[in-house]
Design a protein around this ligand. Structure first.
Ligand code: F3S
Length: 754
């Protein structure tokens, strides 16, 4: 058993009282999301929180990390002084495996190429009590669904499709690594109380329509921004008619509408999945608190009173959809596809059809797709496109091999890829005759932005259900509608594909020889974390120094950034991804995308020690070597974009002391505070103009730093004049302690040392 049954028992034993308390506080019936949220308040909920406005401290039940993001998260955790993680946590090796030839060979190559990263993740997991899923074990969200997700739970994961676990009734939210560190260290996790979107599902799906089509339709209605800051809660008799893994598919792709997460209520289908995956006890426990794992009946009866927005979808009428290209919210019903292909000039030939991924590789998906693939043989058809199959986990792969489905795919030329992200995240060595040629691929994945799958801007990527993708692999045409179009077989006869048939769960049960799990040591204190000092990809972190206890004087202006400065401008992705576990090496990308106000250029700033212009990171390294701190000045919404903590850690590592801007993006501001940096805003935004290129800067008032108290920035200009500027901050007392200690982690370390 890899899951923590005691944790679930404890949660369920406390759930009735916590839900009753929340109902009393809110004085009305509750949605399912509200029940879970209030039950996971870090300290017992004693007040109501306004949705979309109030920040709440939560206590998630578990943490999951994928290999690309786990590196920096665990390097940070390594410095916090805890002997074990505070909540059950897991690492999943899925993102670093490139699809090139086929499962076995690609996996062997990845193990070789990424050996030091895998060794590091395995050893640090072992040391701190973290479950480790080896390369080849499967994709994080599928493995979490099979092993850890449970109704009424709350988890965070360092991947944006973490909400997949909503298929098992869990509030599961994608976060950055720094947030994961907080939760693993036992700190509260802060989130703005989400708004609630209710989606009422009526009727029942049939024929070619599948769960994927629900979310493809929803994406068309809500668009890529429509779910921002909200939890999407599905309810109604239609919801209960969808399999557990189908629900997970819908929740997974809620990320494509910007939702915080998506959620289904506990039902028989979830109970069945729990039992099929070896968690009979969890199902029995959930049955005991069933009423608390569903919205109150009044909510389902009059949803408009309880959700911020309500959408209704009739599953009886829902058609299969194909979404894309280039955005997952451009939804076209299959009956309108031929028209849309002609009208938009989309390349009709489907060159590659790809099924699987964390979104769509359940037993149901595979068995239904295989029922289509099998018809190629029986009806004398051949595949017209390249066809790949990515199982989401070894449990699924082993079971579908045993049940003959992999053989069915093989017979129509399907290539089975490793149980990993592969082409979904661009880890795909696709062979193209001419990379500039407009071409079409169709996947059962979730994202289809330009270049996402194969790095080619010329590729038009569409997303659909795996059944429809398999039909496309046979027909080879995007304009093909399997519900009504005929195909010509080898004998020249007209044939139609029958609608897909499959099994929600394997009739003979799931089985697996080696699921790829490594349990952590009972006592990891003696485990050595393997990081070579020569490594270019990994570097153990040194704790940041504590505040010196004085005002911060004699600083230089590193850069006054002009206009948009996102986390990508501060810490670029692309080729820098391979250094995500090496703070010093990745710091060579610090602010190289930011535009210098004084010369309009990127990565070119004046070095005040030499008077010469040079790259931002190299200039800052010279200041650091000379023992001089620096200030970064920025414009509005500084640090918007992803939650990557590297954008805060790099300036901290290279000796920047304060970031002074017109306004911050919230997550980046928090990340800066966590890393012990001064994150300050101009009290008067026009003061941005007073900052000159050659200024020497003092930050005054730091010794009296207190919530609500302004600081002063003294700009000593080269002509001998001075400007004194008022600066605001949003540090609360706890965050001031982080600053004084040098970082939030330093403070935690102190606590564990005492
Ligand atoms: Fe991996 Fe793609 Fe899912 S990158 S986690 S398979 S969204």
């Amino acid at each position: 058993m890899v899951f923590d049954l005691d944790l679930i028992k404890k949660l369920y034993s406390e759930l009735p009282a916590k839900v009753a308390n929340a109902r009393k506080l809110l004085n009305r019936p509750l949605t399912m999301a509200e029940k879970i949220l209030y039950a996971h308040s870090f300290t017992p909920a004693a007040r109501t929180y306004e949705r979309g406005k109030d920040y709440v401290d939560f206590a998630p039940d578990r943490v999951a990390m994928q290999d690309a993001t786990a590196q920096m998260a665990l390097l940070q955790f390594d410095t916090c002084g805890r002997k074990q993680v505070a909540v059950p946590s897991t690492v999943h090796c899925d993102h670093l495996i490139q699809a090139k030839v086929g499962a076995k060979q690609d996996l062997d190559t990845a193990i070789d190429t990424n050996r030091e990263v895998y060794d590091f993740l395995a050893s640090i997991s072992n040391k701190y009590g973290i479950g480790f899923w080896k390369p080849g074990a499967g994709i994080i969200h599928q493995v979490v669904l099979e092993n850890y997700a449970f109704p009424g739970g709350m988890m965070i994961g360092t991947d944006s499709h973490t909400p997949n676990a909503g298929g098992l009734g869990m509030i599961a939210i994608g976060v950055g690594g720094a947030d994961a560190v907080d939760v693993m260290a036992g700190l509260p996790w802060e989130l703005k109380m989400p708004k609630l979107i209710g989606i009422k599902l009526t009727g029942k799906m049939s024929g070619w329509t599948s769960a994927k089509d629900v979310i493809l339709k929803v994406a068309g209605i809500l668009t890529v921004k429509g779910g921002t800051g909200a939890i999407v809660e599905y309810f109604g008799e239609g919801a209960d008619s969808i399999s557990c893994t189908g629900k997970a598919t819908i929740c997974n792709m809620g990320a494509e509408i910007g939702a915080t997460c998506s959620l289904f209520a506990y039902d028989e289908r979830m109970a069945g999945y729990l039992k099929a995956t070896g968690r009979e006890e969890v199902a029995a426990l959930a049955d005991g608190v069933r009423e608390h794992l569903r919205p109150d009946t009044e909510v389902e009866a009059t949803p408009a009173k309880y959700y911020d927005q309500v959408i209704e979808i009739n599953l009886d009428e829902l058609e299969p959809h194909v979404n894309g290209p280039f955005t997952p919210d451009l939804a076209t019903p299959i009956s309108k596809m031929a028209e849309a292909v002609a009208a938009n000039g989309w390349p009709d030939a489907v060159e590659v059809a790809l099924i699987g991924s964390c979104t769509n590789s359940s037993y149901e998906d595979i068995s239904r797709s295989a029922s289509i693939a099998a018809q190629a043989k029986t009806k004398g058809l051949k595949t017209s496109s390249e066809f790949t199959v990515t199982p989401g986990s070894e449990l699924v792969r082993y079971t579908i091999e045993k049940d003959g489905y992999l053989n069915t795919f093989d017979e129509i030329g399907g290539v089975v890829l490793a149980n990993a992200c592969g082409p979904c995240i661009g880890q795909w060595a696709r062979h193209m005759d001419d990379p500039s040629r407009k071409n079409t691929i169709v996947t059962s994945f979730n994202r289809n932005f330009a270049k996402r799958n194969d790095g080619l801007a010329s590729t038009h990527a569409f997303v659909a259900s795996p059944e429809i993708v398999t039909a496309y692999a046979i027909a080879g045409r995007l304009s093909f509608n399997p519900l009504k179009d005929k195909l010509i077989n080898e004998k020249g006869e007209e044939v139609m594909l029958d609608e897909p048939k499959g099994f929600e769960l394997p009739p003979r049960g799931f089985s697996v020889e080696d699921p790829g799990y490594q349990a952590p040591a009972e006592d990891g204190s003696g485990v050595q974390v393997v990081v070579s000092p020569e490594s270019s990809r990994l570097q153990l972190l040194e704790p940041f120094p504590a505040w010196e206890g004085t005002d911060i004087n004699n600083l230089r202006l590193l850069i006054k950034a002009k206009g948009k400065c996102t986390t990508d401008h501060i810490s670029m992705a692309g080729p820098w991804l391979k250094f995500r576990g090496h703070l010093d090496n990745i710091s060579n990308n610090m602010l190289i995308g930011a535009v210098n106000f004084f010369n309009g250029q990127t990565d070119s700033v004046k070095n005040q020690l030499t008077g010469e212009y040079g790259p931002v990171p190299a200039t800052q390294r010279q200041y650091k070597a000379a023992g001089i701190g620096a200030v970064v000045v920025g414009d509005e919404n500084y640090g918007e974009g992803s939650s990557r903590e590297h954008a805060a850690m790099e300036p901290r590592h290279l000796g920047v002391r304060a970031i002074v801007v017109k306004s911050f993006a919230r997550i980046h501001e928090t990340n800066l505070k966590k890393q012990g940096m001064l994150a300050l805003t101009f009290a008067n935004k026009e003061d941005y103009d007073k900052v000159l290129e050659d200024d020497v800067i003092d930050i005054v008032g730091v010794t009296e730093l207190a919530p609500g108290h302004q600081l002063t920035m003294v700009l000593k200009h080269q002509d001998g004049t001075q400007d004194k500027i008022k600066l605001n901050h949003t540090y609360n007392q706890q965050q001031i302690e982080w600053f004084k200690a040098g970082s939030a982690l330093n403070l935690i370390r102190k606590q564990f040392a005492s």
